[in-house]
Design a protein around this ligand. Structure first.
Ligand code: ADP
Ligand code: ZN
Ligand code: ZN
Length: 750
C-alpha cells in the first residue's frame, strides 16, 4: 500500500503531498491521520509528515515510511482540510493543533511547589521567522527544528527543547544571540487543586427559568440532533448550574462534553465547581500554564476515554475526545475565541462543525452576547441551520443585587475647572473607600497604538465621513486617516462642531494614572496590571492574588482586570475614560465598550457589600454607555443592530482582511494591486465591496512594509474558492519577499 504524505515543514508549504510506500510490518497500524517519519530529499534527514490518503499504488518510484509517531482520527484530518480551505492556511498547521503535545515524552518532571522557570519564547514575529526559513536566511536544520518546536508549543524550557528536538544548548544560545529567541522567567504554579480536598456538590433545584432553558437543550441531547442555543443571562443568573446539569445528563447517556472558557477565566474557583460535581478523574483541563509533559498527560487521558469532560481555552476544541454529547462555550462574546495567528480560526465555527458532525447541541452562554450571535436568534433569514435558539435568564439565581452605576460627564468637570483625571465624585468615593479599608479597582482601557482626537468642550470626535469610524492620528505624516477606506483629512485645531480650540489628542495610559494616584492619595497602596507589568503569560494571577491577599487599596489596570476573579472586598469600580474604547477605529467599538463596562460593573460588590460603579466619560448620552449604566443589553442591541444594518457591518456582511507584508515597497504595491484587480474580475461585484489596497495603520514592522485590502461581503463557497485560487496564482509568481495572509472577521485590523 501507498500513503500520500504532507511534509510538516515551513519551507515546503503549499499543501502538496508526496507518495511513500507503507512497509508490510506497519501496515495495520497506519491510518489516514498517522504522523510518520519519512526520508526526504537526499534522505540524510528524516522529516515529519502526516498521512492524508491511503491508496493501492503510486505512479512514482517511492521510498518507505520509516516510523509511525502518532495517530489522528480520519475525522480530524477531514476537519484540518476543511479548516485549511476556510482559513486559507496549510493543512499541517491545522493538524498540529490536534496532535498530542510532545509525543515523544519520556520522563515526566515532578513539580511540587510553585517555582520560577526560565522559559524560551520566540522573540521575532512568527511570520517573519517563517519567511526567513522560506527564503533560506535561516538555513541550519537544527535551528529550524528548535524554532518550530517552540512555535508549536508556544514556549518551552531548555530541558524540553533538548528532550524533544535532540538539539543542544548551543543551538538555542545562537538563536538567542541572534534575537530569534528570548528567555522569560515564567511562574510554574503548583496545581492549586492538587492536594485540596474538594467536597462533592449536589445539583441545585433549578428555578423555573433555568428549568425551561435546561429542557430545551436536553431535548436536543435526547433526540441526538444538532442545534445551537444562546443562553443569555446576567452574571449570577445561574448559567453555570445549567451547564453542570446538562453535562451530567450527557454523561448519563455515555457521552462526553467540551467546555470552552476564556483562558483568563480558567481560575481555580471556576474549576472547583466542575470538579466538585464530577470528580477530578473524569475531567481534563487544558491551559497554557501546563508544561508540555502535563499537556501530554491530559491529552492521553482524553484519548483513552478516562476523561469525559474537557475544560479549556480556545485550543481545547481540538481535544481528541470521542462521542461528543455537548459543546459549551461560556462568555461566547469573548474575542479570545478567534485565533490571531495561523490558522486564524474562530473556535465557535469549529464548535459548530463538530456539533453538527456529532449530532449534538452547541450551547453558547453570555451576559453580553456577541451582536452577531444575538442577531441569529431573531431576524435571521436564510439557511435554517444558521439559526440560534434563544434561552433567557432574567433574574439572579441567588437574589444578590446589581451594583449602582453612575455616569459622570467629564465636560462638566472641565467646565468647573477640574483638569485632573478624577472627577470630584470619583475622588471622594476613593477617599471614602480607603478610609473604610475597602478596595477599589480603576479601569483605563488604553490598549492599541492609535491616539484619538476629541474636543474637550463638546465631546466631538473626528470620524470618517464614509465609515463613521474614528480617524486616527498619524504623526509621521501629520494627518488624520480612516483605517477602513483610506480617507484622509488635515488635522484640526478648532472644533468643527462648537468652534472651540479645545481639540485634544488623547493617549493617557495606566502608568500616568498610577503616578496621579500616588500624588492624590499618598498613603494608599496601589498595584498596576497591564501588558507592561504582566510578563509573558504569567504574573496575571500573581498580581490579582497580591491585590486580594494583601488588601491593597487600589488596583489600576487595563481590561485584564475585568475577568475571572472574585474580590469580596471591592466595593468601588471607577472607569477613568469610557471614551477610549469608544474611539478605537473599529466597527465593534460600541459593542466592546458595552461589554467591558458591563463586565467592569460586575466586579463591584458581589457578596453582601453593596457595590458602586462610576463611569467617567465625555459622551454621557452615548447609547453604549447609557445601556451599560442601566445594565440593559436589549437597549444596547436594538440601537447597535440598526447602525450595523445601515452601514453594512457584520452580521450583515463579513469583513475579509487580506494582509500583505514585504521588504520591497515596489513588490508589495504590485502584488496588492494584482490581487485587487483579480478579485474585481472574479468576485461578483454587487455582492462584494472591495476597497483599494493601501498601507495598514501600522505600515511598517521590522523593516517590512505592510499593506492591506479590505472586502465587505458575505463569505460563501464561491468567494472562498476565488480567494484560494488567487493565493495559488500568486505563489506561482516567485515572489521575492511579499507574503500574504487572509483573515475573516479579524479582531484586530491593524
Ligand atoms: P452564572 O454562571 O450565570 O454567573 P452561576 O451558575 O454561577 O451563574 O450562579 C450564581 C450563583 O447562584 C451561584 O452561587 C450558584 O450556586 C447559585 N445558583 C445557581 N442556580 C441556583 C438555583 N437554582 N438555586 C439556588 N442557587 C443557585
Ligand atoms: Zn467641540
Ligand atoms: Zn472611511
Amino acid at each position: 500500500m501507498v500513503a500520500e504524505v504532507i511534509i510538516n515543514r515551513t519551507a515546503k508549504k503549499l499543501n502538496k503531498t508526496f507518495d511513500y510506500n507503507i512497509p508490510i510490518d506497519i501496515e495495520e497500524y497506519i491510518t489516514v491521520g498517522s504522523k510518520v517519519l519519512v526520508p526526504f530529499g537526499n534522505g540524510k534527514t528524516l522529516e515529519e509528515g502526516f498521512v492524508i490518503k491511503i491508496k493501492e499504488k503510486s505512479e512514482y518510484e517511492i521510498k518507505d515510511i520509516v516510523k509511525i509517531e502518532d495517530n489522528l482520527e480520519i475525522k480530524q484530518i477531514e476537519l484540518a482540510r476543511w479548516m485549511a480551505k476556510r482559513y486559507f492556511c496549510n493543512v499541517t498547521d491545522c493538524i498540529k493543533l490536534m496532535l498530542t503535545p510532545g509525543t515523544r515524552t519520556r520522563n515526566k518532571e515532578k513539580r511540587v511547589q510553585s517555582k520560577k522557570i526560565n522559559t524560551i519564547y520566540l522573540k521575532k514575529d512568527i511570520e517573519q521567522i517563517e519567511f526567513e526559513i522560506q527564503t533560506k536566511k535561516i538555513k541550519s536544520e537544527k535551528q529550524i527544528k528548535v524554532l518550530e518546536f517552540i512555535k508549536d508549543n508556544e514556549g518551552a524550557t531548555l530541558q524540553e527543547i533538548e528532550l524533544f528536538t535532540d538539539c543542544s544548548k548551543a543551538i538555542v544560545n545562537t538563536l538567542i544571540k541572534n534575537d530569534y529567541l528570548e528567555i522569560v522567567e515564567k511562574i510554574i504554579e503548583r496545581d492549586p487543586l492538587q492536594n485540596k480536598k474538594i467536597s462533592k456538590s449536589e445539583k441545585l433545584e433549578l428555578t423555573l427559568e433555568q428549568k425551561n432553558a435546561y429542557e430545551s437543550v436536553e431535548k436536543s441531547i435526547n433526540k441526538n440532533i444538532y442545534k445551537t442555543f444562546l443562553l443569555y443571562g446576567v452574571t449570577g443568573s445561574g448559567k453555570t448550574e445549567i451547564y453542570l446539569q446538562l453535562i451530567e445528563k450527557v454523561i448519563k447517556h455515555d457521552k462526553t462534553a467540551i467546555v470552552l472558557v476564556p483562558e483568563i477565566s480558567l481560575t481555580p474557583q471556576m474549576l472547583e465547581r466542575f470538579i466538585s460535581r464530577f470528580g477530578k478523574e473524569e475531567i481534563a483541563i487544558i491551559h497554557s500554564k501546563l508544561s508540555i509533559g502535563e499537556r501530554h498527560d491530559e491529552w492521553e487521558k482524553i484519548r483513552n476515554g478516562q476523561a469525559k469532560i474537557v475544560i479549556g481555552a480556545r485550543s481545547a476544541i481540538f481535544a481528541p475526545i470521542k462521542n461528543l454529547g455537548i459543546i459549551i462555550i461560556d462568555e461566547e462574546h469573548d474575542s479570545s475565541y478567534k485565533s490571531e495567528v495561523t490558522p486564524k480560526y474562530q473556535a465557535k465555527e469549529i464548535a459548530k462543525y463538530l456539533a453538527k458532525e456529532n449530532k449534538c447541541p452547541l450551547l453558547l452562554g453570555s451576559a453580553t452576547p456577541d451582536v452577531t450571535t444575538f442577531y441569529k436568534t431573531e431576524q435571521f433569514e436564510g439557511d435554517e441551520s444558521n439559526k440560534i435558539t434563544l434561552l433567557k435568564l432574567t433574574k439572579r439565581a441567588n437574589n444578590s443585587s446589581l451594583p449602582e452605576v453612575k455616569v459622570i460627564d467629564l465636560k462638566e468637570e472641565l467646565a468647573n475647572g477640574n483638569r485632573s483625571m478624577l472627577s470630584m465624585e470619583l475622588y471622594f468615593q476613593i477617599e471614602e473607600n480607603i478610609k473604610n479599608k475597602r478596595q477599589t479597582i480603576l479601569f483605563l482601557n488604553r490598549r492599541g497604538y492609535s491616539t484619538f482626537i476629541m474636543c474637550r468642550n463638546c465631546g466631538y470626535t473626528v470620524k470618517c465621513k464614509n465609515c463613521n469610524i474614528s480617524m486616527t492620528y498619524h504623526s509621521y505624516e501629520n494627518k488624520l486617516k480612516c483605517h477602513y477606506c483610506g480617507y484622509e483629512e488635515k488635522i484640526v485645531s478648532i472644533c468643527p462642531e462648537c468652534k472651540s480650540d479645545k481639540i485634544r489628542y488623547f493617549g493617557t495610559g495606566t502608568q500616568r494614572l498610577e503616578q496621579e494616584m500616588h500624588k492624590q492619595f499618598p498613603s494608599a497602596s496601589t498595584i498596576r496590571m497591564d501588558v507592561d507589568t504582566v510578563t509573558k503569560k504569567n504574573s496575571h494571577e500573581e498580581i490579582l492574588n497580591k491585590f486580594k491577599n494583601e488588601n491593597i487599596d487600589i488596583l489600576i489596570g487595563t481590561q485584564m482586570v475585568v475577568k475571572g476573579h472574585h474580590f469580596p472586598n471591592v466595593t468601588l469600580v471607577g472607569v477613568i475614560a469610557a471614551d477610549s474604547s469608544l474611539n478605537i477605529d473599529d466597527y465593534r467599538a460600541s459593542e466592546r465598550t458595552f461589554q467591558i463596562l458591563t463586565q467592569v460593573a460586575g466586579r463591584a460588590g458581589r457578596e453582601n457589600l453593596p457595590g458602586k460603579v462610576i463611569i467617567q466619560t465625555y459622551n454621557p448620552s452615548e447609547f453604549s454607555i447609557q445601556s451599560a449604566r442601566k445594565q440593559d443589553y436589549d437597549m444596547f442591541y436594538e440601537t447597535e443592530i440598526a447602525i450595523r444594518k445601515q452601514l453594512k457591518y457584520p452580521p450583515f456582511c463579513d469583513i475579509i482582511l487580506i494582509g500583505f507584508n514585504s521588504e520591497s515597497e515596489e513588490e508589495i504595491k504590485r502584488i496588492s494591486n494584482f490581487v485587487y484587480e483579480y478579485l474585481n474580475k472574479k468576485l461578483i461585484n454587487d455582492e462584494f465591496k472591495i476597497f483599494k489596497p493601501m498601507p495598514s495603520p501600522i505600515d511598517k514592522i521590522q523593516n517590512r512594509y505592510r499593506w492591506r485590502i479590505i472586502i465587505k461581503g458575505s463569505m460563501n463557497e464561491n468567494a472562498n474558492q476565488v480567494l484560494n485560487n488567487c493565493l495559488k496564482e500568486i505563489y506561482q509568481k516567485n515572489l521575492k519577499s511579499t507574503r500574504i495572509s487572509i483573515d475573516i472577521n479579524p479582531n484586530n485590523m491593524m
